[in-house]
Ligand binder design. Structure first.
Ligand SMILES: C[S@@+](CC[C@H](N)C(=O)[O-])C[C@H]1O[C@@H](n2cnc3c(N)ncnc32)[C@H](O)[C@@H]1O
Length: 182
């Protein structure tokens, strides 16, 4: 590969990452190991289906799938570069309980399962709340790093040890679509 080709490839990848970051109003910044461990600690012990909405490069989704082989894990990511990389990583990791899907979680039809994890952006949390309220079943748990869901009442709000962020933990009550969580 010539230097020019390499420059063009890097330029296109960078433009895609920035462009989708602007369009989705969220950058693909991964949660690091300590933060992932903290979030995982609040996932219920029973077997369940877990979704990382906005799964980025796949770090969180792969970590959960590894540590919770009893659970089905879904990662949904729309930005094509992180999604492609996460698919390759997931394939190489041979995790039978992990699926990485490309899609805009605000528009794609999907089943979020029993537990949803997210680390997004305050500008989209109201939309995220609306989407989860129509799709999650009573008893479902939402664990949001750093950003609260407007109008929802967290049953726990926990300062993280490895960062200045908080975890907002919600439980869905009532029928789906008439959430919000309590
Ligand atoms: C801060 S990263 C978090 C990555 C991962 N959850 C973690 O904790 O390591 C947020 C990701 O959400 C993705 N995202 C934001 N809005 C989205 C949407 N509507 N549909 C799919 N992905 C979205 C972004 O592209 C970005 O990769």
């Amino acid at each position: 590969m010539t230097e020019i080709t390499l420059l063009v490839v890097v330029g296109v990848f960078t433009a895609l990452i920035i462009g989708y970051g602007i369009a989705l109003r969220a950058v693909p910044m991964p949660s690091l190991g300590a933060a992932r461990r903290e979030m995982l600690a609040y996932v219920p012990r029973e077997s369940c289906a877990i979704t990382d909405i906005g799964s980025g490069w796949g770090d969180m989704a792969m970590d959960i799938a590894r540590k919770r082989p009893d659970c089905r894990v879904l990662g949904i990511e729309y930005s094509p570069v992180p999604w492609t990389i996460s698919r390759i990583r997931a394939k190489m990791a041979h995790l039978p309980n992990l699926t990485i899907r490309r899609g805009n979680f605000l528009k794609t039809v999907f089943d979020p399962g029993d537990v949803v994890l997210c680390f997004l952006d305050p500008r989209i949390m109201a939309d995220v709340g609306q989407m989860l309220a129509t799709r999650m079943k009573p008893g479902g748990i939402v664990i949001s790093r750093a950003f609260a869901i407007p109008g929802w009442q967290a049953f726990a709000e926990i300062p993280m040890q490895g960062s200045s962020d908080r975890l907002y933990i919600y439980r869905i009550t009532g029928a789906a679509s008439d959430a919000p969580a309590r």
